[in-house]
Ligand binder design. Structure first.
Ligand code: ES4
Ligand code: ZN
Length: 320
């Protein structure tokens, strides 16, 4: 059976960097990697928590230097995504992770957009770009990043918040989210991955997010679940990521079914597929097997992905 058509709503483009491409780019750009081979690099993909993963994620980004690099990275992702049934992809990028290394934000956005502009025709995938702020950097750095992105805002659908969650609550970024909303952008934020439920409350009430990324720890707070259900706030859940970063012990223990049963608008996504063991279809297959989801539930998850997407209503209707 062909993979079920779906939207990918939680995907860090830098987290799609496969070891093979990392070595190609390292060679092309004269960047030395502290790994002798692709196998040795892959062997480093065993994480104790989010920070442990982020250390490798930022280290490997050193190979991304030119517009071509960002375009090649994005095309490689789109080809893999299409093979797994992805018809619409909303793609995060982390400008500060590149500008901090001396790569201009225009280089990043131009490279990504070159690939995305051809995505519909080449891969049959519609796309949106979501610019994320690194929450372990300062609020001022996020504001500077937003201002430096102003010339490109017509290519950016939403802002997001990622990186090390605990100790960096959403309210730290109140001002930059107000500016983003003022500019007409949608808003999302990672919350409730490692952080407590009150981070999800802040994402909703202080940042005014349209979706919550992860949000699995929301289940610890009944009033929060009631709010998320009442407003049908989408939660972009990433099952394989949650196992690899030890948010849950085993996929069999994942709260996805409990979240659906509670009436939450849950979607299944891949997060950083190169690092966490699979793309969107792999995540669908993994939860199907581990949680014994039937076809109707898988269709519901796919339908939720289009309901939660930042699509105009005509395009959404065509997908639903
Ligand atoms: C991330 Cl899994 C996850 N959580 C927070 N920030 C991230 N950046 C890339 N992957
Ligand atoms: Zn993420």
């Amino acid at each position: 059976m062909p993979p079920i058509p779906k939207a990918e709503l939680h995907l860090h483009i830098e987290g799609t960097l496969e070891p093979e491409l990392a070595f190609v780019l390292a060679g092309r750009n004269g960047v030395a990697l502290p790994y002798a081979s692709e196998d040795e690099l892959r062997a480093a993909y065993s994480f104790t928590d989010l920070q442990d993963f982020l250390n490798l994620y930022y280290e490997l980004m050193a190979v991304l230097r030119t517009e071509d690099d960002f375009a090649d990275l994005t095309r490689a992702y789109l080809a893999r995504a299409r093979a797994q049934g992805v018809r619409h992809a909303e793609i995060f990028f982390d400008p500060q992770a590149h500008t901090a290394r001396g790569v201009a934000i225009g280089t990043v956005i131009d490279g990504l957009s070159r690939a995305l502009d051809a995505a519909e025709e080449t891969y049959g995938i519609t796309t949106r770009l979501i610019m994320c702020f690194l929450r372990d950097e300062s609020a001022e750095s996020a504001l500077d990043t937003f201002e430096s992105a102003r010339p490109y805002l017509d290519r950016i659908a939403a802002v997001g918040l990622d990186s090390a969650e605990v100790g960096n609550p959403p309210s730290k970024f109140r001002e930059v989210y107000a500016r983003a909303r003022e500019a007409g952008l949608k808003c999302v934020a990672h919350a409730g991955e490692e952080g407590p439920p009150w981070y999800v409350w802040e994402a909703l009430d202080v940042l005014g997010v349209d979706r919550v990324d992860h949000g699995v720890r929301s289940l610890e707070d009944d009033a929060l679940v009631a709010r998320l259900v009442a407003d049908q706030v989408p939660l972009t859940v990433c099952p394989l990521s949650n196992v690899r970063l030890r948010v849950v012990d085993r996929l069999e223990d994942h709260p996805l079914r409990a979240m659906l049963d509670a009436g939450l608008l849950v979607t299944v996504n891949s997060d950083d597929p190169s690092y966490f063991g699979g793309y969107a279809g792999d995540n669908f297959d993994a939860v199907r097997d581990a949680l014994r989801l039937d076809d109707a539930t898988l269709r519901l998850l796919a339908r939720n992905s289009f309901r939660a997407a930042f699509l105009d209503e005509g395009t959404r209707a065509a997908y639903l």
